[in-house]
Write a protein that binds this ligand. Structure first.
Ligand code: PLP
Length: 354
């Protein structure tokens, strides 16, 4: 598919790379593509970054028919720009689309759109240590119609945001609150899809936890309120007696993280035992009480790996690894970031150079 490019004649000043934070600045251009029943996906274009004009009746605003993704472009020491496992984000996007009745996007067109946009805004890929360019593809239902059904028209957008080192003061263990009232996702629901409505449902618990001084909540399963699901918007890993345990994806209530899968693949390569199986909060507390809870961490694109220092459940707190970063947590973080920033050779086939 041909992508037309209209360049801005008013490029923005670049933000100070030391002050980037996450998701606060946006590059000079964005990618747009339209869908309707007659033409399918059409009119692929890169245009200057600007507000979208939407009919107030656009269905996405009322019924949340939306899907998004998140991945990063990295600048290596030699100045090369590369993406990490981007095709997996494309495939997950289409699985999310299928769940909320949005027509899929051709994988080649999607990859071409991301690569062409990053190339157009290549100066926006920061070169500060641990900084990167975050890509946010998303897709919204645009029929002006009030009534619950799948839309017949859609808009696909990709925007770019230069982001700073996630840990300003270096990676640090976090305090996690086990949430036992609100739930994030249910079996048969949309938990495995990256669709906006899933995140609105998490805001109340996140707000309450934040007020009490916790960085994130740990989500339990909706049915029995005992099996761990995710930590905030990241996947959860616990190391018990030398075995790494993460919940299985079979319930459909857990987002299949690409960082999660990368951790599992690396651990298997290293010969570390990994189990994808249900893990209850009681088993975790029991392991802590018998000195077998070695370490725990969360995985996701934004922070890559986030160590857990403390876990609070129904008022009692367990400390993990003396509130310090555990050895597997650190090894995974260093290996993944070394591959992403091109400091080591990628022998996993995860990197696309653009
Ligand atoms: C995006 C996301 C993750 C992490 O996925 P990655 O592909 O590793 O970034 C985990 N949980 C939720 C709920 C998410 O939205």
């Amino acid at each position: 598919m041909n992508i037309t490019i209209t360049r801005t004649n008013a490029p923005k000043p670049k933000p100070d790379t030391a002050q980037l934070g996450f998701g606060r600045y946006f590059s000079d251009h964005m990618f747009l593509m339209d869908y309707d029943k007659e033409r399918g996906w059409h009119d692929a274009r890169i245009v200057p970054y600007a507000p979208l004009s939407l009919d107030p009746a656009s269905m996405v605003l009322h019924y949340g028919q939306e899907v998004f993704e998140g991945l990063k472009a990295y600048r290596t020491e030699s100045g090369q720009i590369q993406l990490f496992r981007a095709i997996d984000n494309v495939r997950r996007f289409n699985r999310s689309n299928a769940r909320v009745q949005i027509p899929e996007i051709n994988e080649t067109v999607f990859m071409d759109a991301m690569e062409t946009l990053v190339r157009t805004d290549t100066e926006w890929v920061p070169d500060a240590p641990d900084a990167s360019l975050y890509l946010r593809p998303f897709l919204i239902a645009t029929d002006p119609f009030l009534g619950v059904r799948a839309s017949d028209t859609y808009l696909f957008v990709i925007i770019l945001s230069p982001v700073g080192a996630y840990y300003a003061g270096g990676m640090a263990p976090t305090k996690i609150l086990v949430e036992d009232e609100d739930v994030r996702a249910v079996r048969g629901g949309t938990g495995y899809a990256k669709t906006g409505a899933n995140y609105a449902a998490t805001l109340r618990a996140q707000g309450r936890a934040g007020q009490k001084g916790f960085a994130q909540v740990l989500w339990l399963d909706a049915l029995e309120r005992q099996y761990i699901e995710e930590i905030g918007t990241s996947n959860a890993f616990f190391v018990i007696g030398g075995t790494v345990i993460t919940p299985p994806l079979t319930t459909g209530s857990i987002l299949p993280g690409i960082t999660r899968d990368s951790c599992i693949q690396l651990l298997r390569k290293w010969g570390v035992p990994v189990e994808e199986r249900p893990l209850s909060i009681h088993e975790i507390i029991d392991a802590a009480n018998t000195d077998r809870l070695d370490e725990a961490f969360a995985s996701g694109t934004a922070a890559v790996i986030s160590p857990v220092g403390e876990l609070t459940y129904k008022g009692s707190t367990v400390i993990l690894h003396n509130n310090e970063i555990g050895p597997l947590t650190r090894r995974l973080y260093e290996t993944l970031t070394d591959i992403q920033w091109g400091r080591v050779k990628d022998d996993m086939g995860w990197i696309t150079v653009i």
